[in-house]
Design a protein around this ligand. Sequence first.
Ligand code: HEC
Ligand code: HEC
Length: 262
Amino acid sequence: MKRLTMTMGMAAITAFLAVPVLASAGEVTGDVDNGRKIYQNGKGDNVPACQGCHGIDGLGSDDMGTPRLAYQVDTYILKQLADFAKGIRKDNTMFQMNDIAAGLTEQEMKDVAAYVHTLKTPFIGSDLDKLAKDDPSVGDPAKGKMIAEFGAPDHGVPACQSCHGFHGRSAGRLYPAIGGQRYTYLKHELEAFREGWRAYGSKSLSAADAESMDDAVRVNDYMGQMRAVAGRLTDEDIANVAAFLTVARPVAPGNPRSPVRQ
Ligand code: HEC
Ligand code: HEC
């Protein structure tokens, strides 16, 4: 009896400790097995396999300009798929995500979001030296680290970590992991948000407004939060902060637990 009480006590403590972990590690209720099937094989004639562009391991590709999806916040993945399906975010890289997302049911979006969140593929970042051979504008991680941690107060840029967490490892449901993301993709998104700021400020666009939206912009961020930041970034800032974030390690000194990715 004593032993049983102790076991129950331990279970209660474990359950209590588990609460914050569960809150940040998987909130979308989806069928992971079905998500895996869609990710690996696609669905019917209209939805190609996600892995064809995002990689078997979910790490994306600099050559194609696709993002890493592995271990990304599942609520964020789900929002992006819904935004692509509604047309309020446009795939302005390969021009295919809108049709692909529109071919998934809401439940299938949840399934695939839940699946990619389970992919804890280790990643050490885009190969900046290799990218710099073709693109001399590739940034300097040391300069980008300053922006991620402190912003650029002389021209109004807030620290990325104030919303995206330490080294961009994500902070909850709204703020995606941007650390350990592909360099090419990071740069492209920052430029698209900046174009969005120039065209619309922080205005929220309806799907009808978005029909006439220039293809190059990204404006699906809640309350224009990200556009307001990107609107102040220079080309150099973008190259530097993307260079830092792609190689940023998610583990803080003294806190070895990475809330979102490993
Ligand atoms: C033909 C290539 C291709 C295929 C196939 C593809 N994607 Fe994509 N995906 C892209 C590209 C390119 C982007 C970046 C779009 C942009 O912002 O310009 C993207 C972006 C995304 C994003 C946004 C991620 C973020 O960090 O905001 C999600 C989520 C996503 N894809 C999920 C999927 C899923 C799920 C599937 C399979 C059902 C899939 N993709 C199939 C090319 C592809
Ligand atoms: C005020 C809060 C806030 C700050 C500060 C902020 N961001 Fe964001 N960022 C967001 C939000 C919210 C989103 C998600 C938008 C959405 O839902 O589509 C986002 C999305 C992004 C994305 C797209 C990620 C993806 O996978 O597509 C990138 C890249 C990004 N932010 C980079 C940065 C950088 C670099 C900085 C610092 C210079 C920064 N952010 C500062 C709020 C912020």
